[in-house]
Write a protein that binds this ligand. Structure first.
Ligand code: PRP
Length: 210
């Protein structure tokens, strides 16, 4: 009997490369993924698995809507986006952190005025300061957030820090860690019931090879 078809949504870019390495490690034929060109739907032959490539937030959307059974996406996007799906494994790669950073030598928590924080992740930032009971103004930025405090738009930033190089080269420093981040495997809430056997088989293979 043919295995039930599984469709996996994979975040394009850095996570994609690591995920393809992992799929190879568990013994899947990833030739189509390595020779994708500009195609967005790839197959893992013999396994009846289809892999679709999408932007991080869209991975969640495809999984939530049930058109993809599984998804590989960063915890950063999960924390910002939220949604109705199961987070079933920490894949261990794509490790970095959310951190609050300021211009080197500045004291973010000094004084009584409401501070301004620039970020690509307003939800993560809002939750972080709400838990602390601190009122801040949040400015949404689309990228290169490090620029905001340098030109005086904000007192600090909440952003992804991986190696710390971007902060260092722009004269910024971490004040406080906000949350650790890594790639996660997520599953559609219905697929996990209807395709339980296949999903467990894939998850177990992944866990054995992490
Ligand atoms: C991320 C993040 C930082 C940088 C951190 O940006 O926003 O700018 O990586 O990495 P580092 O600590 O190793 O220097 P990304 O490359 O995703 O692009 P962006 O600036 O458009 O957000």
């Amino acid at each position: 009997m043919e295995k039930k078809k599984i469709r996996i949504a994979l975040t394009k870019g850095r996570i994609e490369n690591k995920a393809v390495d992992l799929l190879k490690k568990i013994g899947y034929d990833v030739t189509d993924l390595l020779e994708k060109g500009r195609r967005l739907i790839l197959t893992i032959p013999n396994e009846n698995i289809e892999v679709v490539l999408a932007k991080a937030a869209d991975v969640i959307t495809y999984v939530e809507h049930g058109v993809c059974d599984l998804g590989v996406v960063g915890k950063d996007t999960i924390m910002e986006h939220g949604g109705k799906f199961y987070e079933i494994a920490d894949l261990g790669f794509g490790r970095c952190k959310f951190a609050l950073a300021v211009k080197k030598g500045n004291d973010f928590y000094c004084g009584y005025g409401v501070k301004t924080v620039a970020t690509k992740y307003p939800e993560v930032t809002r939750n972080f300061f709400e838990n602390k009971g601190i009122d801040v103004d949040i400015v949404k930025i689309e990228g290169s957030v490090e620029l905001a405090p340098l030109v005086g738009l904000s007192d600090g930033i909440v952003d992804i820090v991986e190696t710390g190089t971007t902060l260092k080269e722009n004269g910024l420093e971490v004040v406080e860690d906000v949350a650790p981040v890594s790639a996660r495997l997520i599953a559609n809430t219905v697929s996990i019931k209807l395709k339980q056997e296949r999903i467990l088989e894939i998850v177990n293979l992944i866990k054995e090879n992490l």
